[in-house]
Design a protein around this ligand. Sequence first.
Ligand code: MV4
Length: 486
Amino acid sequence: MKKILVANRGEIALRILRTIRKMGIKTVAVYSEIDRHSPHVIFADEAICLGPPPSNQSYLLGDKIIEMAKALGVDGIHPGYGFLSENADFARKVTESGIKFIGPSPHSIEIMGSKLAAKAAVKAYDIPMVPGIDEAIEDVEEAKAIAKKIGFPILIKASAGGGGKGMRIVEHEEELAEQMKRAISEAVSAFGDGSVFIEKYVASPRHIEIQVLADEAGNTVHLFERECSIQRRHQKVVEEAPSAVLTPALRAAMGKDAVKVAQSCQYTGAGTVEFLLDENLNYYFLEMNTRLQVEHPVTELITGIDLVEQQIKVANGEDLAFSQADLSITGHAVELRVYAEDPLNNFLPSVGNLEVYQAPEGEGIRVDDGFEEGMDIPIYYDPMISKLICYGPTRSAAIQRIREAIQNYQIEGVETTLGFGQFVFEHEAFLSGNFDTHFVKQYYDPKHLKAAQEERAKIAAQVALKLLLEERKNLKVVAHDTTNWK
Ligand code: MV4
């Protein structure tokens, strides 16, 4: 490939463009009117305006992007994450127009986009699944019988759902009919597909996902796990690799199963297989994400592999240059998503101007961002400002480094999740590795940040007072000297 277009914005567009350039390939950016001066646009060799800020008039205009790509002689399109990245129709149209889609086939995207189709695909591969059913259910009496068999509490899930949308917990038989009716109507209005199914509810799971890579020749490897349990309302906030709780044997078993999941849909490129891990370290396949994930950098830091480079090589028809035996984990990486959100005010988006923006620098610190000082955070898109990723030889070294990096990260003009991240990285449950997906709900209260803020204000006041007193002393000396000096 000689020229690649990145159909995305913000930090991920810039991160992908950097690898494309590193590979000696020409870069094309796209942007909406409000992103005209964004770093990803400035960085690229060429850039195309797609239209007004709303996504459906810019970054979601697949046909327009393909048309522009053809006009510029682009031979590959990278969709990043979000927007068009998991749109099978877009992937198909890109390929049909003679351009390489840097991602899996439309077939893989379609199968894994439906939870029921995914369950059907992996059925023959002997992958551990949460007890439940693998077909859509409509009849309430039938649902009751199944729920009684697997035991309450159960979870009703939408087949087309994702990120927790359309999920309902049912604790008792009496609520089932009502909850099922709601789940179906929610699924119809949100996804245009009312198929729901039932699973046993795993009460205190960890969210562990395995990164996989596959080439067109059928070589499939895994790049170990990422721990993503620290999230609020299905939005991940802190991720790390490796997980503090996986043993080498468990890691190998989950890795092997993730590879099988990828093979079940003839997967190519980079993908992520999600598992739930219960308190007894039993794991269950949940779903597969057919895109590059936000948290991919932690995997890059512990494996030394540039995942975007691998995506491009695979899309170009090249075989993977390494096998499973060549891969190993070195050190530990932690990531904090820095959102323009107010952790003191229920994480409400806090858009505005980045009056001060200074990212930390140093050994073992990586910041993936797409904004600069003075820029506005637009209201139209996801409010993530950047990802702060720190690496160290051990978990505690990586955590120590990110705590210092957070202190050296200066952002003013908008509220951010930096302080919230500090709360996580100082929390005993996080430090001991003894946490699950309920961490935020269980431990976080804005009062913790308020207390930390007041403590900082107190120290600042004391330092200011000390400086003032010293200055007064100095002034006195000067005044005294002056009077005696003839
Ligand atoms: C579950 C579960 C418990 N039991 N399935 C949430 C999003 C979607 N990917 C699947 N999710 C869950 N499925 C069973 N059978 C709990 C969750 C879940 C969750 C999973 C991963 C990370 C964070 C989560 C937060 C709440 C619920």
